[in-house]
Design a protein around this ligand. Structure first.
Ligand SMILES: Nc1ncnc2c1ncn2[C@@H]1O[C@H](COP(=O)(O)OP(=O)(O)OP(=O)(O)O)[C@@H](O)[C@H]1O
Length: 303
């Protein structure tokens, strides 16, 4: 197996008596978009900060692209970071500030880098705007532009779309999707629908501990569960449960049917077709079918 982009081995981090991260082990492969999920105080930002090298673990080991991230200069030029509460310095205009940062990072062609990055986050028109005159969402986009400059192989984004309007959030998600497969991106977000759409895999943290990690397909049980949105008609659950492969069926409200199946012995497409066929024969009208649970539902079960 090739070397992972990031590996945490039994990592803990304390702040005095407070254990913020507790014995977490996880592996993030190169080219993945990887989500860090968890309720407030779960340890996402602390984990993030250890991946960036801003914090050292109290116990265990963090390896990022083969090095210890907290070692001086270890990740220079290889890492772009959007911290949770990025604050831009006052007294600067956006473009010159980005050029200054590009120079500090040793990038060739700082102006081109700054312009391209600002364009990616849809903010080129703010080139000459004072940082103090930016709205919260605009400031965040400038910080994101900084994280993307120089196309680093690893990008860590803490709450990248929080505080952004829907159109800009969509654009930022597109920027992240464009990096998929080419660079490794770690995203922390409370927007689980967004993470479900963006990520290949994710880790769910709760009170400092790793609750579950895996591909989004595994986390949402895509190989063992599906949902049917029903317009109208009477659903007889025992009849569905008697169909080959189906292990359980339940209704959420009147219009959402959840079906679990034995994904090892049966192909999803066969069980889905069988269930949908049976429903249609029984006169049930269907609005849609989707595989797996919602990620949100899974996280609520686990945390
Ligand atoms: N510098 C610190 N000193 C003391 N306690 C801290 C410090 N940083 C974090 N903590 C505590 O560690 C725990 C994990 O915090 P962390 O910020 O990593 O959580 P989070 O998952 O990012 O939360 P949120 O979703 O609210 O941003 C919390 O209980 C927090 O109060």
């Amino acid at each position: 197996m090739s070397e992972p982009a990031i590996e945490l081995m039994d990592v803990s981090r304390r702040f005095g008596p407070k254990v913020a991260v507790d014995g977490v082990s996880l592996r993030i492969e190169s080219g993945q978009v990887y989500g860090l999920i968890g309720p407030n105080g779960a340890g996402k930002t602390t984990t993030f900060s250890m991946m960036c090298g801003y914090l050292r673990p109290t116990r265990g080991q963090v390896r990022v692209m083969g090095v210890t991230p907290s070692a001086e200069g270890a990740l220079k030029g290889k890492l772009g970071v959007l911290p949770q509460d990025a604050v831009l310095p006052g007294g600067w205009k956006v473009g010159p500030l980005l050029m200054y940062w590009a120079r500090l990072s040793g990038l060739e062609a700082p102006e081109r880098e700054a312009r391209e990055s600002l364009e990616k986050v849809g903010l080129l028109e703010a080139w000459s705007v004072e940082t103090s005159a930016l709205s919260h969402g605009m400031g965040k986009r400038v910080a994101l532009a900084q994280a993307l400059m120089g196309r680093p192989p690893l990008v860590l984004l803490d709450e990248p779309t929080a505080g952004m309007d829907p159109r800009i959030a969509h654009q930022v998600r597109q920027v992240i999707l464009d990096m998929r497969g080419q660079r490794t991106v770690v995203v922390s977000s409370h927007n689980l629908q967004e993470l479900e759409q963006l990520c290949d895999a994710a880790a769910i943290l709760d009170r400092g501990r790793l609750v579950q990690a895996g591909s989004i397909a595994d986390l949402t049980s895509q190989g063992a569960e599906f949902r049917v949105q029903v317009a109208r008609g009477a659903i007889l659950l025992p009849e569905l449960e008697a169909l080959p492969g189906v292990t359980a069926a339940r209704l959420e409200g009147e219009h959402l049917l959840h079906v679990r199946f034995d994904g090892l012995a049966h192909k999803p497409e066969e069980v889905i077709s069988r269930v949908v066929g049976h429903l249609l024969q029984s006169g049930v009208l269907i609005l849609g079918v989707s595989r797996g649970q919602r990620l949100e539902e899974r996280v609520l079960q686990l945390t």
